[in-house]
Design a protein around this ligand. Structure first.
Ligand code: HPA
Length: 279
């Protein structure tokens, strides 16, 4: 697998393909994870661009990821919604996994709302509830897999970007307020990103719990690294889709993740709409 970074000129050519399809200038990017894509159907005055029609855009191969960009209005805000994403385990390079966020940056998007389906690591978390991501553990990055590998593009960001506040505190506070006002349960915690696609063993989960994780998934962190490198503010929300299997007595399946998505979507929609109204 080639791990070649994209040049600024390549990114700008790809961004132009998106710009040519819509007169709207999106301000906010939203990435919808596994089973959460139906939220994109609420976007008004939408222009829909299948990922296949955007050069180099990584196409999702996973069930539950529709694979299209929806540009339009949600709660009066101009948004660009990714209905599905690509993951490292699908065979894409980290540069490709990070490309959509780069394109958002070239389109002028300054704020990213990133969502995912995640397994509970915290035994107090119940499936079907949302978690505000307050921080992450970049295990995949510690193992050497980062979208920032390659020449740094100084026009976009620093070679060594700070990650002390990867998840924007003000956006987190707004989310907590929206949750209270709508009687939504909103856990808070640390998301850990693994490469997948196999789910964790009970020993993996006990290890992840010991190092401070509350939820585990196979996405998001590479996108957040790219977003912060490019100076975007980030709000991260996990939909807890399955329970912490610390004792090995529960089987985890992708079907279960997609089923949980159905009950998570209305909650996620309430939360995201409430946040958008306050921006
Ligand atoms: N583990 C990893 N990724 C996931 C899980 C899980 O249990 N659930 C949804 N995505």
């Amino acid at each position: 697998m080639m791990d070649e970074a994209f040049t600024l000129a390549q990114m700008d050519r790809i961004a132009q393909v998106v710009r040519d399809r819509t007169s709207l200038s999106p301000r906010i990017g939203i990435i919808l994870g596994s089973g959460l894509g139906t939220l994109a159907e609420s976007v008004l005055q939408s222009t829909i661009i299948p990922y296949q029609e955007i050069p180099s855009w990584p196409v999702s191969t996973v069930i539950g990821h529709q694979g299209r960009l929806v540009v339009g209005k949600l709660e009066g805000q101009n948004v660009l919604v990714m209905q599905g994403r690509a993951h490292y385990y699908e065979g894409y390079s980290m540069a490709q996994v990070g490309l959509p966020v780069r394109i958002m940056q070239r389109l002028g998007i300054e704020l990213l709302i990133v969502t995912n389906a995640a397994g509970a690591v915290n035994p107090d978390f119940s499936p079907g509830e949302l978690m505000l991501i307050t921080d992450h553990l970049n295990l995949i990055g510690m193992a050497g897999l980062t979208p920032l590998r390659g020449p740094n593009i100084d026009e976009i960001g620093l070679r060594f970007p700070d990650m002390s506040q990867a998840y924007d505190r003000e956006l987190g506070e707004i989310s907590r307020q929206v949750a209270v006002e709508n009687s939504l349960k909103l856990y808070q915690g640390v998301y850990v990103c693994l490469a997948g696609p196999s789910f964790e063993t009970p020993a993996d989960l006990r290890f992840l719990r010991a190092i401070g994780a509350d939820a585990v998934g196979m996405s998001t962190v590479p996108e957040v690294i790219v977003a912060r490198h490019g100076g975007q503010r980030v709000l991260g929300i996990s939909g807890i889709s399955n329970k912490a299997n610390l004792d090995g007595n529960t089987i985890t399946s992708h079907l279960e993740v997609l089923e949980a998505g159905k009950s998570l979507v209305p909650k996620l929609e309430t939360l995201i709409r409430g946040v958008l109204r306050r921006l």
